[in-house]
Design a protein. Structure first.
Lengths: 127, 404
């Protein structure tokens, strides 16, 4: 299967790979997917007092498109408020990376990861 | 070193230059281009003669009679002709067929087609090492079992089934035994005088011949009869009509001739290379060799790399041409059904790579492959949340995953 140049770029030079300290109260984590399905994404966001995502990191088990999708969203969520980040749609991700139809689920998973991280933050901060 | 390195010989092989040279002599006006079925002139006679030489070369490798060789377009067609042809011809004797879950799609899908015609098919499981348990096979044989199909060498994991023992059981039961030998010819000894095998499929492009040509061995004593699947001019004793492609057949003959000459030495070389590859990889944490460690061909090594995903691994190994399982199914996102049949979890099956070495593989290529694999696994595990969890001692089976 031929990948787009953007997928290859994100795959070969993934942005923001890593993890934040688990006990940091400003950090929230979203983990979506399942090993049996071939992809698991863990997205972590670091949110400041103004409710802005200051930093993001990811780890992904999955195909090149899954890795590229998660790498891309770490770039996109940075500097956004939680509400703005929640507006990121899988179609935007798929379009940006020129994902083929069989890889659309990777972009859906990335959107789910953002939502899961935001939900985790809100739950921890009782809002 | 030229990149990428080709390590996908089980998918297809390059044509051996000696074979290509031979093949080119049967195409143009200067060559023997005639229709081998033309009886009225030299062009036809010469083409026919070349085909009979090739037929003998193929029969020689497997210790068969040249009259037992029927040319087809490849192993897929041979499998179709053998299984459908025998099942349909002998349908009055019974309508029960047996095969394995780990067979090639060309066998499994043929069986599915026969089920739609009213045949009953038993798909036997294999053991965790990929081999068939003969006791389970014996228990599955019935008086109305007319055809059994078991591959000699598995295309994904390279294990060699005990076709000698299976053949004895089939013969004793009056059952026709078909063996798919696409991956076996030229890699393991095949003696059809000794083996109780009735039908055997071959492909040229797996043993340095061209694509688009194959053969079916059809036993004469005792005589096996088949319902033709391709009707027409009655070529190949009515079993497979269609003008014989002289250049492809001559090339297949040459490929089989070379295989007979060089097989023993080649297998030793492959075994050394395979060991070198495995020795270079086995010390990585959480890697597993799939399939039986001894009953296997030297050319195919299937390895699972836990906590990395197969497709991203193939991307990371972009300088090495390998596959995650069979090329015929690599377009789908499903994990390999062969590895699943061995009892591997979906995720391990997703994380598996088939390295297949062949005639033009060098030590230098293997060493470079080992280096790239180490780098790729390190990079992907660094990125893998599953690897972190494993390192933290979390049992992934206890995590409530959300399937999607």
């Amino acid at each position: 299967m031929a990948y787009s140049n953007k997928v290859i770029d994100h795959y070969e030079n993934p942005r923001n790979v890593g993890a934040f300290a688990k006990d940091d109260p400003t950090v929230a984590t979203g983990m979506v997917g399942a090993p049996a399905c071939g992809d698991v994404m863990k997205l972590q966001i670091k949110v400041n007092e103004q409710g802005i995502i200051e930093d993001a990191k990811f780890k992904t088990y999955g195909c090149g498109s899954a890795i590229a999708s998660s790498s891309l969203v770490t770039e996109w969520v940075k500097g956004k408020s939680l509400d703005e980040a929640a507006q990121i749609k899988n179609t935007d991700i798929a379009q940006e990376l020129a994902l083929p139809p069989v890889k659309i689920h990777c972009s859906i998973l990335a959107e789910d990861a953002i939502k899961a991280a935001i939900a985790d933050y809100k739950q921890r901060h009782g809002s | 070193m030229k990149l990428p390195i080709y390590l996908d010989y089980a998918a297809t092989t390059p044509v051996d230059p000696r074979v290509a040279e031979k093949m080119m002599q049967y195409l143009t006006m200067d060559g023997d281009f005639g229709n081998p079925a033309s009886r009225s002139h030299r062009f036809g006679w010469q083409a026919e003669e070349a085909i009979e030489v090739a037929r003998s070369q193929i029969a020689d490798l497997i210790n068969a009679d040249p009259r037992e060789i029927v040319f087809t377009s490849g192993a897929t067609e041979s499998n179709n002709l053998a299984i459908k042809g025998a099942a349909q011809f002998y349908h009055k004797k019974g309508k029960h067929l047996i095969t394995l879950r780990t067979e090639h799609k060309a066998v499994l899908d043929t069986m599915r087609a026969l089920e739609r015609e009213g045949f009953e098919v038993t798909y036997l499981d294999v053991e965790a090492n990929g081999l068939l348990d003969l006791e389970k096979f014996k228990a599955a044989l019935r008086p109305d079992t007319t055809v059994v199909s078991v591959m000699m060498v598995n295309n994904e994991i390279g294990v060699v089934q005990d076709v000698a023992a299976i053949g004895e059981l089939c013969r004793a039961n009056g059952t026709i035994f078909h063996v798919d030998s696409a991956q076996a010819a030229g890699k393991v000894d095949i003696d059809l005088q000794a083996l109780k095998i009735d039908l055997m499929s071959f492909s040229a492009h797996k043993i340095y011949g061209p694509k688009g040509i194959g053969a079916l061995y059809v036993r004469r004593k005792p005589r096996i009869r088949l319902e033709a699947q391709t009707h027409g001019g009655g070529h190949e004793r009515g079993m497979r009509s269609g003008t014989l492609p002289t250049h492809q057949i001559v090339a297949m003959g040459e490929a089989f001739r070379i295989a007979k000459l060089e097989m023993a030495e080649e297998n030793q070389r492959f075994a050394t290379l395979r060991q070198r590859l495995w020795d270079g990889i086995k010390d990585i944490e959480q890697v597993f060799l799939n399939g039986d460690a001894t009953h296997r061909v030297a050319g195919i090594t299937n390895i699972s790399f836990n906590y990395v995903e197969g497709e991203s691994l193939i991307m990371a190994l972009k300088d090495i041409a390998v596959s995650s399982g069979s090329a015929c199914t690599s377009a789908s996102l499903e994990p390999s059904y062969v590895l699943r049949a061995l009892g591997l979890s979906d995720e391990l099956a997703h994380s598996s790579i088939r390295f297949s070495i062949g005639r033009f593989t060098t030590e230098e290529q293997i060493d470079h492959t080992i280096k790239i694999v180490h780098e790729a696994i390190a990079k992907l595990r660094e990125m893998s949340p599953l690897w972190d969890m494993y390192k933290d001692g979390i049992d992934l089976n206890t995590v409530a995953w959300v399937a999607h």
